[in-house]
Design a protein around this ligand. Sequence first.
Ligand code: ADP
Length: 255
Amino acid sequence: MLAYASPLRNQQGAVVVMHDVTEIRRLERVRRDFVANVSHELRTPVSIIRANAETLLDGAIEKPEVARRFLDAQLRSADRLAALVADLLEISRIEAGTYEISPDEIELEPIVAHTIDEVERLAQEKHIEITSDVPEDMTVWADEQALEQVLLNLIDNAVKYTPTGGKIVVRAKKRDDMVRIEVEDNGPGIEARHRARVFERFYRVDKGRSREVGGTGLGLAIVKHLAEAMEGQVGVEPAEPQGSLFWLTLPAASD
Ligand code: ADP
């Protein structure tokens, strides 16, 4: 509570105005945490790049067999920085309201097929089979670019977190005036206590694992923002008998 009190001029007593500032304080804390998280996330790859450059200059450059290792780590850190900066720009663009959402009637099946193609190489490397079960005539009311980005994040996560030999299914069903798109994998799944939080910025179940697969911790936060901007919703449930089922609802395109 924030209280302002003024004494009354000619009488005893005072006027007190009280504001409930819970929400303002919560937002301030979220912002502070976000800045602290961003700084921390940026610091790690920068220090690896710096330390390796120093080691190379100190003489490692003369030994090609070790030099390659240091350069390789630098390249991976630079990629990580690039991914982080790209996701941060995306989040700030969405939050500042400069990400223009222009919804239109979109055929779902070709977009799903195209998105699966984008992750196909990584899926093949891990012998993961991705199947699409989306009716050919299904249409949604969505922004094409935003929808593609949402699907790519969800399918890419499924490929990243599902172990070798796994299976992923992308399906869509119509329910009243909404379309529900599901991305189901048979990977490790997400425990209930983490499930509600994975859409928060930088929330990761296993930090080490996320770093290993090149994650930034921002993908699902972007997904949630974009889904909501398109008047949709997202969520995650456990898959049966094992795995995760991420779902997205969007308005169906009506006549
Ligand atoms: P990241 O860049 O770390 O993948 P995301 O925001 O995309 O960040 O996801 C947040 C976290 O949710 C991940 O770090 C991971 O722990 C968990 N997660 C996301 N998708 C899956 C999935 N399909 N299976 C298991 N865990 C997942």
